[in-house]
Design a protein around this ligand. Structure first.
Ligand code: ZN
Length: 404
């Protein structure tokens, strides 16, 4: 008897007998290209038989298996479930299944869709790292007792986790999802991480309850981000994140800080209506494609910093808010406002330039007066009047900055 040439990830060899004229056992044999051929039908039948045989023995080790499709819906799997590096030509169906032990799909290639609707996974980790899913991934109302790990996963359709419950963290680092990902009304017991992930469509965590922090560092999101009515116990972190669409935080509750430092926001709006952010909100070096989004973002940040009692940060976001407002005005007003209000006085928050200009005017006025003939005296009066107004402005800035 010749044994199969397939080597598992742990270095052990497959102990199954090879098929005639093949170096692999029936599970590890590739399916023929032509699905209409007699050979395909024959091999697939043998594969189905083998799967049935394994299932009857409660053996769910399918590491590296090549199968047309998998239908384990509504069954209870008491042992380890292993589909590591498996290749499934069509769909994978675990709807309403109960998986009691380990659930591994690392490096698996599912050419069709993955169905885990209402699946219960008691494992410490449900692992899909580096898996490839050709269509949609359905995890609606799935329950995972441990972590859900989807690092570097590649999903060509939508990833739907609506009302899913994950007791541990949900990890999507470097994941690539072609369409939308939704965790609407989901519950996550730990961290949610989308660091360095690429998402072609919408990211929605509307109404989700997250007990840890939410990380979107350096993620690239094609469309909108929704955290409407989302509850996050920790930080919501978007530094250097690229967001193609709108950002919505309406009625969200964030326990700590929200950061969009260095982020790029392409949408028209970024809304925080009735949101409650307990920590800081920052948009340092953030780039806004649309000034209206900048205005909304910086007004919210300004109010939050005012509440925190940090006058410098409040002033900084006030300037950015006014700059955004200026960008929405006609070009001439924009230019004049830029020079005289924003550049020189920082919308009444910068004292030094105001003081220097005031000194210059006083000096010029004195000089004109000293020269002393008709026209110069007139100039001197005008300059003195401007200096008086400037003095008032100077006092206003001074009072705002240093007095409570
Ligand atoms: Zn084998």
């Amino acid at each position: 008897m010749k044994t199969c040439a397939y080597t598992f990830r742990n270095g052990e060899k497959c102990t199954e007998e090879t098929r005639q004229n093949s170096e692999f056992c029936i599970l590890h044999t590739e399916l023929p290209e032509d699905e209409e051929s007699e050979e395909f039908r024959e091999i697939n039948e043998l594969k189905e038989k083998k799967v049935e045989e394994k299932v009857s023995k409660e053996d769910f080790n399918f590491e590296g298996a090549r199968l047309l499709e998998v239908d384990f819906s509504e069954i209870e799997i008491k042992n380890n479930l292993d589909f590591t590096d498996a290749k499934i030509k069509n769909n994978l169906d675990f709807n309403l299944a109960v998986i009691r032990e380990y659930a591994a799909f690392d490096g698996a290639e599912i050419c069709g869709e993955a169905h885990f609707v209402r699946t219960k996974i008691d494992a410490i980790v449900a692992s899909f790292n580096k898996a490839k899913i050709g269509g949609n991934a359905f995890f609606m109302a799935a329950e995972i007792e441990g972590d859900a790990s989807f690092a570097e996963v590649k999903i060509s359709g939508n990833a739907l986790f609506e009302a899913a419950k994950i007791r541990g963290g949900a990890f999507f680092q470097k994941a690539s999802i072609s369409k939308d990902i939704s965790f609407n009304a989901g519950k996550i017991g730990g961290i949610v991480s989308f660091q360095d992930a690429t998402i072609g469509g919408i990211v929605s965590l509307a109404g989700a309850d997250i007990s840890g922090i939410a990380l979107f560092e350096r993620a690239n999101i094609g469309k909108d981000v929704s955290l409407v009515k989302t509850k996050i116990v920790g930080d919501a972190w978007f530094p250097k994140t690229k967001i193609g669409g709108d950002v919505a935080f309406q009625e969200a509750e964030i326990g700590r800080d929200v950061s969009f430092n260095g982020a790029e926001i392409g949408g028209r709006t970024i809304r925080f209506d009735r949101a409650e952010i307990k920590g800081e909100l920052s948009f340092k070096k953030a780039k806004f494609k649309n000034p209206k989004a900048q205005e909304d973002a910086c007004r919210t940040a300004k109010n939050i910093w005012a509440k925190l009692g940090d006058r410098d940060e409040e002033d900084c976001y006030f300037r950015l808010e006014m700059e955004a407002k200026r960008k929405q005005k006609s070009s001439i007003i924009r230019f004049l406002e830029f020079i005289f209000v924003q550049y020189l006085f920082g919308y009444g928050t910068k004292m030094k330039p105001a003081f220097i200009i005031w000194l210059l005017i006083v000096f010029a006025s004195a000089l004109s007066f000293w020269i002393g003939n008709g026209v110069y005296q007139l100039v001197a009066y005008i300059l003195a009047a401007i200096a008086a107004i400037m003095g008032a402005l100077f006092i206003a800035i001074f009072a705002r900055k240093y007095m409570r």
